[in-house]
Design a protein around this ligand. Sequence first.
Ligand code: ADP
Ligand code: MG
Length: 289
Amino acid sequence: MYKTTNIAIYGKGGIGKSTTTSNISAALAVSGARVIQIGCDPKSDSTNTLRSNRHLPTVLDSMREGKKVRLEDISAVGFSGVLCIESGGPVPGVGCAGRGINAAVTLLKELRLFEEFKPDFVLYDVLGDVVCGGFAVPIRDGITDRAYVVTSSDFMALYAANNLFRAINKYAPTGGAKLGGVIGNRLIPGYPLAIIEDFVQKTGVKLLGHVPRSLSVSRAELYGKTVIEDEPDGEQAAVYRELAARLAANQDLVIPNPIGTNDLRIWARDWGDRLYSLESGVVEERAAI
Ligand code: ADP
Ligand code: MG
């Protein structure tokens, strides 16, 4: 009997959700797991690097055509057997992305995708500024039971993570997903990791791992590949494999304590002061962080 782990990966636009999710999917698949990755971002580029940037019609576009949608029209088997799907989005300026995600998942259930594919993991790659409730659909409506958030140390990325924590805080008590942890991304050496560590400590969540900024990622992307496929023996691939293993093993799900809007501002200012002291040479690097 198989058991599926349904995971939502959130994060601010451009923060590296799709890159991180695709490398995790690829690493899980290489280790023998059956994996489905569903892009839930209207950009519909979530799975590009798993399938050499080839065109894949989105679920919503196909539904809009009015013909009967078949699974083979809206899915592609990508690297190492990862099944790739893009929910797509509403016509720009019209409709709600969240309803689109719901419609896409409902259709995939009707097509018996999950019973037939029997995935070990389904990863939903979701645009995470969570301003409109629609983007909370994957964590609110029982589609997933755990969410992760990808963030850098930039304030707006942490702000988006904190917004996700608010949404989880609101919906988890009534059956919504909990938080599996935070994934730091595109980190350069020095203070960024310290900022993220402080943020996770303050909000009572776990740092699952952190991914350095790497030229390997940019190069692999240009080839339409994940690093796991492009450079499996490199350091960056090892980072993603470790992250995937931790994600697969993690059963420590929590309801975060989001920081209030004003406290978040004060916290950010305090970090601003610490970095200023660092830059102006008043203190040594380790002393300030
Ligand atoms: P999102 O899905 O959150 O919008 P993407 O995964 O598309 O973000 O990433 C945005 C850009 O950042 C891409 O060009 C990607 O290659 C790059 N990127 C993501 N993570 C890293 C990293 N660790 N090192 C270098 N570049 C990265
Ligand atoms: Mg993306």
